[in-house]
Design a binder for this molecule. Structure first.
Ligand code: PLP
Length: 413
């Protein structure tokens, strides 16, 4: 048990201890950790850190006290709306991440359905690949998610969505792309279904929001997925992922800001008058807002396109490199920055390959369905790719010769 020390310790000593503690972590700047962090260049990291510390102490709850934070937030939201197909009616909120954006989309749709459709315990139809945050939100909010099987290409099956809709359904949830398989659901078809059945449609573009538009700009075939698709009601896009802002930061955008009347929380029966918030959080860090604003303005569209070039180029090199290794196969399709590969050699267990790669210092994700290695790329992987592929080829040969079986790891991140 650690107890609060009786007296303080000098900061230089504490700082050294903090640095020391990090020694056991994965070397993310060396591209060994393709999840959790989004690292491009030292310059961009410095911009993000300096902007963050500039607003380190301010509180984003206090829009009246800090008009500067309110303005930064407004500008970040407007840049998001502009990028992601919102029209003049669109609105949005700065949140603490994908989970909060999804939570607030569910809360808004729930209260909309209660008020405008008289549904008391609304249901959400989603594909098997929808992020776990959907069920997390539903469990907090007294809602229910019905998950439907995927098509062969891992995309949501619109026919099965339609079949799963009943009188309690208020929302359809689709991904652009889904985290497990990295593919974009058929958003236009799903939008048409949402319109036909009068349902809310939320697009989880937490991964794709700040990458897919730029991958499209540089020539990759990205289907329509944003607020401009008829039928889309709301969309989440994470600034702290491919927006490259400091954590925690995401946007929840609405095609029509009128819906936001169902988003907030208001309470008056206490001694301090009416308390109103749009987010789950009360006090909120202003640092991530300043970081997002500074990073977006530093990069501009051209900078984000450069990042997309690095990521997509790394993905293409990874695909070619993996397919060059005897016994491995890239699982297709893959639309953006996430890909999976598995083993087609009965003597090579892909989880054993993952475990071997782990021992070589790589943080490796295991997909359960299908059984595969899962990679979510960010630019830090680019300079490490040759080492990764060399280690991978070695790991495959080691597993082939020992015929070892890897650990099934049901815990995910
Ligand atoms: C598609 C998708 N949606 C939602 C989330 C949840 O985001 P967060 O971890 O920022 O809360 C993630 C996280 O990886 C994701 O990949």
């Amino acid at each position: 048990m650690t107890s609060l020390p009786q007296t303080g310790t000098d900061w230089t000593k504490l700082k050294a201890r903090l640095r020391d503690m990090k020694q056991g972590d994965y070397a993310w700047k060396d591209g060994r950790l393709p999840v959790y962090i989004y690292y491009y260049t030292e310059e961009l990291l410095r911009v993000s850190q300096e902007a963050y510390t500039e607003f380190f102490t301010e509180n984003a709850l206090g829009a009246h006290a800090f008009p500067s934070v309110a303005q930064l937030e407004r500008e970040v939201i407007e840049m998001g709306i502009d990028l992601l197909g919102g029209g003049p009616q669109a609105g949005g909120t700065f949140t603490s991440g994908g989970t909060e954006s999804i939570f607030l989309a569910f809360k808004t749709a729930r209260d909309w359905a209660r008020k405008e459709k008289g549904i008391d315990r609304p249901k959400v139809v989603a594909a098997f690949s929808a992020h776990a945050a959907a069920d997390k939100a539903a469990s907090y909010l007294g809602m229910e998610v019905v998950r439907t099987p995927l098509r062969e290409d891992f995309r949501a099956d619109v026919g099965l969505f339609e079949a799963a809709i009943d009188e309690r359904t208020c929302m359809i949830y689709a991904s652009a792309p889904g985290y497990p398989h990295g593919v974009i659901d058929p958003i236009e078809e799903i939008g048409a279904l949402a319109r036909k059945r009068g349902l809310w449609l939320h697009i989880d573009a937490c991964v794709g929001g700040f990458l897919a538009p730029f991958a499209r700009d540089i020539g990759y075939p990205i289907p329509p997925f944003d607020l401009s698709v008829p039928g889309v009601s709301s969309l989440s896009a994470d600034l702290h992922k491919y927006g490259f802002a400091a954590k925690p930061a995401s946007l929840l955008l609405f095609a029509d800001r009128e819906y936001q009347k169902y988003q907030g929380f208001e309470f008056s029966s206490w001694p301090r008058g009416t308390y109103v918030t749009k987010t789950f959080q009360g006090s909120r860090a202003a640092g991530p807002v300043a970081s997002a604003w500074a990073v977006m303005n530093t990069l501009g569209r051209a900078g984000y396109r450069d990042i997309a070039r690095v990521i997509m180029g790394t993905r293409d090199r990874l695909i070619a490199g993996v397919e060059h290794i005897k016994g491995l196969r890239v699982i297709r399709p893959t639309d953006l920055c996430i890909l999976m590969y598995d083993s087609i050699d009965p003597h090579v267990d892909i989880y054993a390959v993952a475990d071997r790669m782990g021992k070589k210092g790589w943080f490796v994700g295991k997909s359960i369905t299908p059984k595969a290695i899962h990679v979510a790329l960010n630019p830090s992987v680019a300079p490490a790719l040759n080492d990764y592929l060399a280690n991978l080829a070695e790991a495959v040969e080691q597993v082939r010769s020992t015929k070892e079986i890897g650990k099934v790891d049901y815990r995910t991140y």
